[in-house]
Design a protein around this ligand. Sequence first.
Ligand code: ZN
Length: 435
Amino acid sequence: MSKNVHTLIEFLQKAPSTYHAVAALAADLRAAGFAELQEGQRWQLQPGGSYYVTRNQTALIAFRLPEAGFAPFNIVSAHSDSPGFRLKANAEIELKHYTQLNTGGYGGLIISSWLDRPLSVAGRVLVKTASGLKSQLVNVDRDLLLIPNLAIHMNREINDGYKFNLQKDTLPLIGSNAAKGSLMAQVADAAGVAEADIVDSDLYLYNRDRAAVWGADGEYFSFRRLDDLECAWGAVQGLIDAAAPKAHIAMAAIFDNEEVGSGTRQGADSTFLTDVTERIAHAFGADKEAQLAAYTSSLMVSADNAHASHPNHPEKDDPTNHVLMNGGVVIKYNPNQKYASDAVSAGLFRLICGKAGVPVQAYANRSDIGGGSTLGNISTAHLSIPTVDIGMAQLAMHSCYETGGSRDVEYLLAALTAFYATDLASAADGEWQLA
Ligand code: ZN
């Protein structure tokens, strides 16, 4: 059995929201000796040093420098956000007999997965201080809410392809009409602040169901936010575990808002990554010429979970590429380059996985099914380095309770740890050396 699946589950337990996910990754990095940088201060970087920086509390870039200081980059990117429901301002709705909460959908969620299970609220509140504002993470760590289905007797079409209305069918119940006024009191209490000091908030629902390692041989595990916190955790844990980089910079880049197009200042379609790479270059006096040369010997692994073959729907698979949980790392290909992988980037990553003893599978959409998009293309528009799109196979992507392969957690860590420790160099277009 895989021991790391339990380490991953412990991390996911600490990550009911995007804010908590990034805070937990930052805590792991600090514990491993990474020094925190602030974007608003001058960076004093030491050769051989390990650092991380966060933006908006929801994106994080961590890196380990070689003794040379500036060098090409081995980057693993992943995303911190997952689809779900966000509380609106003035969320309480007082009905005649009940109090419910007003929410909006975030990203492409599987709505039905959110019904009839205990839910709660996590995120951040902005609190007044003597001189301004301070963000405080909050998790109402108890079963608080539920979105009840309508009985089949009153909705005979529920099993015939029901269309959920997000302003009617999915509002969570918090209590009787006596519960009016209790939401922000509970949030303030959980945050340890005075309710009157809360100026604004970013609060989301999360699924309270416990994690499960299951199957005849414990080969599967299920929990919330596997897409993409499994890869975000692997990116950071691999960086911590990897041998010190010799002739490159090892970097993990975790972006927010992938599920809504990445177009925010903390998303992959921002300058966050190039801001960091340029500041590293600046710290070691690497001029533009040196930077551009270094990018040609760099590689990005864009890690975002992949679809496993569904037992009830094998017809959804590509005819020649059947992706399985516990089958190792999945490389994603798309003929129109919606995935950034090509023979060069995928070939390099295949070599690295082979050396690490990690099996590799290939994913492609059926040609008559449009696929999803991910981070790879979006970040290469800002930092043009060869990129391979990968992920770990999972079922029920964008459900609030997703399923992955227990042994794949080992494969993910082994592959990324090996990648972070590999020196890559491209002396000419189409030619690469690995060391
Ligand atoms: Zn994803």
